[in-house]
Design a protein around this ligand. Structure first.
Ligand SMILES: [Zn+2]
Length: 308
């Protein structure tokens, strides 16, 4: 039987944010079974329950060049994908993240530091069955230029392809036949986010990537990279897209049991896929590790979280 997990103890990570360029501090705490992943904006002077932003498809909100969640009171948290990717990759079901601003720190642009820190504090099992979204029927979002196809499978597998007009990328494909802790840590988590030198000015003019630098992203010049550090993998770019996809699936608060094929996709396409799932209850069911046949639709609201 597969049990839910949480951390053995709390940890804090801090650093500059990619977009707003401020110092952000997040403290990740253990949380009880069946409470899921929740962010808490401790900087806001509002009643406690209004500070909490739950990982849930209903809370996914639009944002540029990252993923964001917004609660019913209009409070947001953005750049969730790398932390959620580490939680998903390491099978963490429950955690409470105190945050002192609206954006998570970018760290080195990958989830490596988060994975190492989670391993140093440890993970513990809880007395409740793990829940996941079991895919029942194949479906697709997007078109031939950019799509995500999802189909039934016995585990989560990911097949990702990207195409960029740059000599270091061109066409890259990565297949993760099964997401597990070892594969995630070794093959995915060190992969950094990336951007193009000739887009920096344009994005900064829009108030984005104010904190971006070679310390937290691979920056591609016309025919190379500006970073002193070499690429960590020859296909680090597509591996990072897999990292983001693993994180964005966890915006739902759960893993998917199914195969996911992504082509030139990104945050928006993954969010579109999750909302497509939410809107058609025949496509999936919530499966728990004991009964394997619960029929709850995935848009069931969770109970109010009393412990926060
Ligand atoms: Zn990313």
């Amino acid at each position: 039987m597969s049990l839910q997990t949480t951390l053995k103890r709390s940890f804090t990570l801090a650093g500059i944010t990619l977009h707003s360029g401020v110092i952000s501090t997040m403290t990740v705490h253990p949380a009880p079974a069946n409470t899921g992943i929740n962010f808490k904006r401790i900087d806001l002077g509002v009643p406690n329950h209004q500070k909490v932003i739950e990982c849930s498809i209903n809370n996914i909100t639009s944002s540029q060049l990252c993923s964001s969640l917004e609660n019913m009171y209009g409070h947001k948290v953005s750049m969730t994908e790398h932390l959620l990717s580490a939680f998903h990759g390491l099978n963490i079901d429950n955690a409470l993240i105190d945050l002192n601003t609206d954006e998570l720190p970018i760290l080195d642009g990958s989830s490596k530091k988060i994975v190492e820190t989670i391993e140093s504090v440890g993970v513990k099992e809880l007395h409740a069955a793990k829940k996941s979204i079991k895919i029942l029927k194949p479906f697709m979002v997007g078109d031939e230029n950019s799509f995500i196809k999802v189909s039934p499978n016995e585990q989560l597998s990911i097949d990702y392809t990207i195409v960029y007009d740059h000599s270091l990328i061109k066409k890259q494909n990565f297949i993760l036949d099964e997401l597990n802790e070892v594969k995630y840590k070794e093959m995915i988590s060190p992969s950094r986010t990336f951007g193009f030198e000739d887009e920096v000015e344009f994005l900064r003019a829009q108030g984005l990537i104010k904190g971006g630098s070679v310390d937290n992203a691979i920056v591609l010049s016309k025919d190379g990279i500006l970073n002193d550090e070499n690429l960590r993998f020859e296909n680090e770019f597509v591996r990072h897209k897999v990292l983001d996809l693993i994180g964005d699936i966890y915006l739902s608060g759960m893993s998917i049991v199914g195969s996911v094929e992504a082509y030139c996709a990104g945050h928006r396409r993954t969010q579109e896929m999750l909302k497509f799932l939410m809107n058609d209850s025949s496509l999936s069911k919530i499966q728990d590790a004991i009964s394997s046949n619960s029929q709850n639709p995935i848009y069931d609201s969770k109970e109010v979280i009393n412990y926060i």
